[in-house]
Design a binder for this molecule. Sequence first.
Ligand SMILES: *[C@@H]1O[C@H](CO)[C@@H](O)[C@H](O)[C@H]1NC(C)=O
Ligand SMILES: *[C@@H]1O[C@H](CO)[C@@H](O)[C@H](O)[C@H]1NC(C)=O
Ligand SMILES: *[C@@H]1O[C@H](CO)[C@@H](O)[C@H](O)[C@H]1NC(C)=O
Ligand SMILES: *[C@@H]1O[C@H](CO)[C@@H](O)[C@H](O)[C@H]1NC(C)=O
Length: 602
Amino acid sequence: MASPSSRVPTLREAFSLLAGRPARWLPQLCALIFVLWYFGPAIRGLPPVDLFNAPLPPPIGHPHRPPLYRPPTASADEWKLRAHQVREAFIHSYKGYKEHAFPADELAPMSGKKVDNFNGWQISMYDGLDSMWILGLTDYFDEAVKVIEQANYTTKPKQYVPFFETVIRQLGGLLSAYALSGEPVLLQKADELGGMLLPAFDTESGFPMYAISTRTNATRSSWAGSASLFAEVLSNQLEYKYLAHLTGKSEYYEKAERCMELMYQANITDGLFPTRWNTRLGTPSNNQFSVGAFADSAHEYLLKQWLMTSRSETKIKDLYLRASKSIIEHLLYVTPDRDILYVTDAEIREVHQTTAGITDLPISATSASLPTISSYPSGNFEHLSCFLPGLLALGAQTLDLPPSEKEMHSFAAEGLAYSCWLTYADMKSGLGPDMMAMRLFQPNVTDGLWLPKVQKWKEQGRRGRPPGLREPGPASRKRDYTIYKRTYLLRPEALESFYILWRTTGNPVWRERGWSVFQSIQKHAKTELGYASIMDVDSSSDKIPVKDEMPSYFFAETLKYLYLLFTDEEIIPLDRFVFNTEAHPLPIFEWTEEEKKLYNIS
Ligand SMILES: *[C@@H]1O[C@H](CO)[C@@H](O)[C@H](O)[C@H]1NC(C)=O
Ligand SMILES: *[C@@H]1O[C@H](CO)[C@@H](O)[C@H](O)[C@H]1NC(C)=O
Ligand SMILES: *[C@@H]1O[C@H](CO)[C@@H](O)[C@H](O)[C@H]1NC(C)=O
Ligand SMILES: *[C@@H]1O[C@H](CO)[C@@H](O)[C@H](O)[C@H]1NC(C)=O
């Protein structure tokens, strides 16, 4: 009789034997699961699961600090499809403009009416010209060039054209389309237009007047009175200097540089360049500091002039360093609850400390004889200011900054870009409001200043994310701000910064955020004839009322930055081009030795 142990057990017996000892099965079970998981996809013909994350390029400026969140990002094919959808959006809106509004400036995308809100010189076509080239819409491009060949920039009797807008949109559009396509007539027309606008600079100081009649050369000031706005004084140098380089006409360089000279000479505390300047004297005329509407592009043109002329004009770089340092010191704040980093405008006064007891914030004062600066922030955060994170990121990447400063610029860039994104993510429409009133610290508003908080964070051993970079999630209640202007005007600034952040950090989260914005534009802004501004970004309605307008910068900037953001290939490499403030890319060039001598460039 055989012993029970030498007999092969039946299946039923085997189970009952093992039932009490599952631990013996565990390793085999785990191995089986692993094999199925690891080789399963290969068996089904799919690529194997990547066990290790593919290394992504470290964020520039702070490689030790991985970003908080990297979303699973779309495949290359998906991005191609997304870029294609942007191209479709351009075709949809440009077709609407061409069929219903041309040769007027803009289309009213609801009523289909023509709008001449600029010079009546087809501003949508000029602004969209380089985008057509970039998107490969050659039929539209060629057609536009034929119209431009016939252009006559003589104003009608009594008509005045705004200098700033005409330079950044029309002249910038011509120059960048010329740079991309090499079409000679575009340069010829840029030269013609640039020359006709030049008498705007014929003021006592050399600052340009607000508007000019190219028929009589008469000029006019704006509603702002006799003052010049900082943005208007310093947003023509990229265009005119490139034009000078292309044509060899020194007056283009000289007139534009004259405005720069007045900036070098101005007695500016720190780098605080105020919003208003005296047109006659060329001197500062108020104490308001901002990177919003009245000042925005001036800051861009400091860094970008230096970059465009191959970093030869170092005086301009120094102005940018001073200005950006002051912005970081005086205009960046965080909110009390959600730690949202934002840039605001402020009235900043110098307080001469004669007696003890002045409690104003001592930012730069080192001795009693030096002026103390007192800051009164408004707490307003404009959508227009959302270009700033992109600019700071570009500066952090290109300037030869000491590591600690580079880090501050990068921190500010990333924190601000996130805040711009957050104002979109917080809204029911997924689109950001035009202006927010941020909650200030009470009772001392300057307790919200960002810089001292970061310094404290550093001193305390850099625990956790730096202040202003903690990336609070979207919130529907208790937002830490109120919406001050509820519209979304198809503006590009947030997308512009997402694009620059994507290119400078390599973090695909910026592309995904841009994609989310584009989907909201598709959902809420698309009309039968084009795209329209949104009246209330926080409306829960499925049909949010729109404004009957489609600004030309939608063609020049919004759609261009979206397309570039979704395109893998860097069509406009940041080391070969700078974008003017209307997103018209101008090539980086080197002054010849002759030019350097002629213009006294050092
Ligand atoms: C533009 O039109 C004006 C008349 O309005 C004319 O005097 C001038 O010669 C024209 N310029 C060109 C370049 O055709
Ligand atoms: C306007 O100024 C230009 C020089 O920029 C000059 O060639 C032209 O003759 C002037 N026109 C009038 C009407 O004064
Ligand atoms: C700036 O200050 C210096 C010295 O105080 C003075 O000589 C110069 O004229 C001032 N410049 C302007 C534009 O006011
Ligand atoms: C502002 O803060 C300072 C110190 O941070 C304090 O001494 C001062 O009393 C505060 N001012 C007000 C108005 O609360």
